[in-house]
Design a protein around this ligand. Structure first.
Ligand code: NAD
Length: 479
């Protein structure tokens, strides 16, 4: 038996590494176990988000957007570029550099905060012991007063399109293409499908997105979803709803995909690459010994209560491996809450105010309840919508697609949700998230002085529009 810790965290993604740093800050002797090995054979921190998720996909989204702008969107500003070329290899190398920098940053933070990094595969044993198997198969067992499980999630595979990492890839493989596929198929018009579909569409692929559901972005506010769908159509993304993929056959360097439409008719489409992005599932393989005392729920998530406590005393679980949205920032916040609980503090997490963003261009962002949810909850509400077309800064930037929508309770005026498609939606939604966290009314936001000219003015005007007081458009109802 080797060292004993106050806290051992298994997994160093945005949930685990944040939990470890916060625990160490609070004076707890903390270790973080990580098994992720990069292409160079080095164990790296950061999990899916830093290595093959949020960060590298944003690097490619930004590179591909710059290419698109240089090629097609600068002329309107009077800028001539001549022929614009893309060097995919260089773009992928830059992405890898970004990943390396961010992952190295976590190692630096671990050192600065005196978090012990343990390299290898962690397994929870009974009695809060953690067995770690290193790359050479050697096992060491550690003891802890508290264990935090933060093992994350992995892509879901579907039998009709088994990933071969050559022609049929998952979200990880889609970050590694060495050339732009001429015909790209995407299964699933969810967050990943839209983000990765956008990257390769901008670089010149003909992209077809096959989505089984009959409505686009079914969990988003439907007014915003419909507006987004129109924008993507203009961008050339061929999104086919009610199309369930039933089979695929790799033939040489291409794949023939079979899918059924809403009437049950069968169709086929041939692609050079196919990305499968039909959701993610909690990752618990090899994580728990049989007598660890940690229960899973019926969907395979680690069962936790509101405070992220598992069924084993002193064992906590956070992030994608537990219930709730699979979002990095949700995982991080749970990590902070758990570390502070272990240290004897009493923080709570507000699950009702978690923003989510789809990093297309323009971005789609939301916080709180959709109009459909508020209606289903039977609460009286008012809605304010303001288009970016009426925002001077957006028009000046040639970024005037989309709108801000704010929903407030009809009696109390308390903000219940905000939904945005438009420029900088990811940052604008955070303004409403702060307001909601403070229990603000739409009137409170409307009375706040916003800088001019900014994209943010769309937030103020949408809040004013809730009660029919928007200045820069004709209000639907006057009060
Ligand atoms: N920007 C972000 O915050 C971000 C980015 C990437 C991933 N994520 C998270 O990762 C998780 C996974 O993302 P995702 O895009 O893979 O899942 P998702 O759940 O967002 O979308 C998957 C889509 O695939 C469709 N689908 C399933 N089976 C199908 C079939 N046989 N044929 C056609 N369509 C089918 C589903 O109806 C669904 O719309 C999500 O929880 C997401 O929140 C978040």
């Amino acid at each position: 038996m080797s060292e004993k810790f106050d806290v051992i965290v298994i997994g160093s993604g945005p949930g685990g590494y944040v939990a470890a740093i916060r625990a160490a800050q609070l004076g707890l002797k903390t270790a973080c176990v990580e098994k992720w090995v990069n292409k160079e054979g080095k164990t790296v921190n950061g999990g899916t988000c830093l290595n093959v998720g949020c960060i590298p996909s944003k690097a490619l989204l930004d590179s591909s957007w710059k290419y698109h702008e240089a090629k097609d969107a600068l002329e309107v500003h009077g800028i001539e570029t001549g022929k614009v070329k893309i060097d995919v290899k260089k773009m992928i190398e830059r992405k890898e550099g970004v990943v390396k920098q961010m992952s190295g940053g976590i190692s630096g933070l671990f050192m600065a905060n005196k978090v012990t990094s343990i390299q290898g595969t962690g397994k929870l044993l009974a009695g809060k012991k953690v067995e770690v198997t290193d790359k050479d198969g050697k096992t060491t067992t550690y003891e802890a007063d508290n264990v935090i499980l933060a093992s994350g999630s992995v892509p879901v595979n579907i039998p009709p399109a088994p990933v071969d990492n050559k022609i049929i890839v998952d979200s990880t493989g889609a970050l590694e293409f060495t050339e732009v596929p001429k015909r790209l198929g995407v299964i699933g018009a969810g967050v990943i499908g839209l983000e990765l579909g956008s990257v390769w569409n901008r670089l010149g692929s003909d992209v077809v997105v096959l989505e089984a559901l009959d409505s686009f972005l079914a969990i988003m506010d439907q007014q915003i979803a419909k507006e987004s769908q129109k924008i993507f159509k203009k961008q050339g993304l061929d999104i086919r709803l009610s199309c369930r993929v039933t089979g695929s056959e790799v033939k040489g360097k291409e794949v023939v995909v079979t899918y059924q439409d809403k009437d049950g008719n069968e169709h086929q489409e041939t692609f050079d690459k196919l990305i499968v992005c039909v959701g993610r599932r909690p990752y618990t393989e090899g994580l728990l010994s049989e007598d660890a005392g940690v229960k899973l729920d019926e969907r395979g998530f680690i069962y936790v209560n509101d405070l992220c406590m598992t069924s084993a005393p002193g064992v906590w679980a956070i992030g994608d491996v537990v219930r709730g949205p699979m979002l990095a920032h949700k995982a991080s916040e749970e990590g902070v809450v758990v570390a502070e609980r272990i240290a004897g503090q009493k923080p709570m997490m507000n699950y009702d105010v978690i923003p989510n963003v789809i990093y297309t261009h323009p971005e789609i962002a939301a916080v709180g309840r959709t109009e459909e949810q508020v209606k289903a909850d039977g609460e009286p509400y008012n809605v304010g919508v303001f288009p970016f077309l009426a925002v001077g800064r957006a028009v000046a930037a040639n970024e005037s697609s989309g709108m801000v929508k704010i929903i407030a309770h009809a009696e109390t005026d308390r903000v219940l949700g905000a939904h945005i498609v438009g420029p900088s939606a990811s940052d604008l939604v955070q303004q409403v998230a702060i307001a909601m966290e403070f229990g603000s009314s739409a009137e409170d936001i409307g009375m706040t002085v916003f800088g001019h000219p900014t994209f943010s003015e769309a937030v103020k005007e949408a809040a004013l529009a809730v009660n029919g007081h928007a200045i820069h458009m004709a209000n639907r109802k006057k009060r």
